[in-house]
Design a protein around this ligand. Structure first.
Ligand code: NDP
Ligand code: 8X3
Length: 256
């Protein structure tokens, strides 16, 4: 157990699946108390039940697109969970993968509303109490799509480029309050991400991860835990993490 992190409280968005869920698991095993968030409440309850053996766990079911719900939910936290030390802005997805002219405008709006505006809403309500206590660590989950642009990914890439800029801007503004802001940008991670991107088409989704070894959610969660468990004077500001088979967003060595 890492004493530097033990007894802290982390709020993780998107904890019902993939990277967020694995992050909750590794945090719990290292003594970090949890506020787990997502829309699918039954999954939150299941995870809460599992992780309550290790740490204190509270769950909040809300959609990050709703400013009102985000604010209401976080304001409703019981006293013992009200001071958030670590915020993991992880909730997000790609919706669709089409050339700009063929893509659905609703998908575009969802990606901007969830991946960008969701991060802004959650951060805006959490940051004041971090400022008040002059401590805190915010980690935004970006993507290699926030560093590069690839065919048919324009608005997802735009949303993640915005998260990249937002992370840098938040770091510039918040470091004077002793708040660390970091970003982590994974490449291909085998989660429910592609299933959501391809709207439940499991064949198409699993094809994304065939012929090479993608990252799994635990690989990214390990890196997130590494970031939060550094000494207080160290901020890992930015990290790109790829599977070994991946060189950038379009070059992946696949066995056929
Ligand atoms: P998953 O689909 O497995 O998980 C996405 C999580 O986000 C779920 O817990 C989901 O919860 C939550 N979420 C989605 N929409 C909303 C919403 N409107 N309100 C609240 N929560 C929401 O994907 P990953 O774990 O892979 O994705 C996590 C993050 O990692 C995302 O930001 C993604 O862009 C990023 N990423 C993923 C990569 C990959 O290859 N998998 C690579 C690079 C970055 P629920 O549905 O219950 O609300
Ligand atoms: C998810 C990784 O390459 O599909 O952000 O954009 S990618």
């Amino acid at each position: 157990m890492n004493n530097k992190s033990t007894h802290k409280i982390a709020l993780i968005t998107g904890a019902t699946s993939g990277i967020g869920k694995s992050t909750a698991e590794i945090f719990a095993k290292n003594g970090i108390n949890l506020i787990i968030c997502g829309r699918r409440e039954e999954r939150l309850l299941e995870l809460k039940n599992k992780l309550s053996k290790f740490v204190k766990v509270h769950h909040l079911a809300f959609d990050v697109r709703s400013k009102e719900k985000v604010f209401e939910s976080i304001k409703s936290l019981p006293k013992e969970f009200a001071t958030i030390d670590i915020l993991i802005n992880n909730a997000g997805n790609a919706h669709g993968m089409h050339s700009f002219e063929d893509a659905d405008l609703n998908d575009f709006e969802m990606m901007i509303d969830i991946n960008l505006k969701g991060v802004i809403y959650v951060s805006k309500i959490v940051v004041p109490q971090m400022i008040e206590r002059k401590t805190g660590h915010i980690i935004n989950i970006g993507s290699i799509a926030g560093k590069e642009v690839y065919p048919n990914g324009q608005v997802y890439c735009a949303s993640k480029h915005a998260v990249d800029a937002l992370s840098e801007g938040m770091r510039i503004d918040l470091h004077k309050h002793n708040i660390k802001v970091s970003a982590i940008h994974p490449g291909l991670v085998n989660t429910e991400f592609s299933l959501v991107r391809f709207k439940g088409d499991s064949e198409r989704a699993s094809a994304v991860y065939k012929g090479y070894q993608p990252l799994n959610a635990e690989d990214v969660a390990d890196a997130i835990y590494f970031m939060v468990s550094r000494p207080s004077h160290v901020n890992i500001a930015d990290m790109i993490i790829f599977p070994t088979a991946q060189a950038n967003s379009t070059i992946v060595k696949k066995e056929v």
